[in-house]
Design a protein around this ligand. Structure first.
Ligand code: AMP
Length: 190
């Protein structure tokens, strides 16, 4: 069973590569960003709570995010494995995730980061904003906030997973297919 965390800054290509890996390995893809966006669009209680933060580019509070994640996992059990895209983003979330996984007897295989420089990300996000109309891709300010949130709250997870011997990284620069092959080459070794 493969349980992967796809890790990386906003715009590093997590969503695209998670979709590829989901199809290749028949995994359940849980994108916390997608779940929030769906709930914001349909104005559910969760959506109304998350909207205030997500539209500014800030992280949604941990308690809200963790209970949503647990719910998504439980809705998809039993499964061949999971690919987590955009979760965890804080140390608190990572600790809670460990508890949720062990409660369901799921073992984290690895955390795999897509490595892309900030300058390249800003261009990618602004372009994505033009195409998708995503509220948090629309201005340099919001992009800046998201990259800052990443640096302050999410980057410490690199060390966290390194200490667990579960952290791997591939370059997220190049053609989509090329990056997918790098991921497959790595996953084959797990
Ligand atoms: P993403 O599509 O992964 O870039 O997520 C879009 C937005 O959803 C983020 O900027 C946050 O506001 C929110 N979000 C997604 N995942 C998380 C998470 N794990 N923790 C807190 N907020 C999150």
């Amino acid at each position: 069973m493969l349980n992967l965390i796809l890790f990386g800054k906003p715009g590093s290509g997590k969503g695209t590569q998670a979709t590829f890996l989901k199809n290749k390995y028949d995994l359940v893809h849980i994108s916390t960003g997608d779940v929030f966006r769906k709930n914001i669009k349909t104005e559910t209680e969760l959506g109304l709570k998350a909207k205030v933060y997500a539209e500014k580019g800030e992280l949604v509070p941990d308690e809200i995010t963790v209970s949503m994640l647990e719910n998504e996992i439980e809705l998809n059990l039993p499964s061949n494995g999971f690919i987590f895209d955009g979760f965890p983003r804080t140390i608190y979330q990572a600790n809670e995730m460990n508890k949720i996984l062990s409660k369901h007897e799921l073992l984290l295989t690895a955390t795999v980061a897509l490595d892309v420089s900030d300058n390249l990300l800003k261009d990618r996000l602004l372009k994505r904003g033009e195409i998708s109309g995503r509220a948090d891709d629309q201005s340099e300010d919001k992009i800046h906030t998201r990259l800052n949130e990443y640096r302050k709250k999410t980057e410490p997870l690199i060390q966290y997973y390194q200490k667990m011997n579960k952290f791997y990284s591939v370059s997220g620069v190049g053609d989509i297919d090329e990056i997918s092959s790098r991921l497959v080459d790595l996953i084959q070794k797990f």
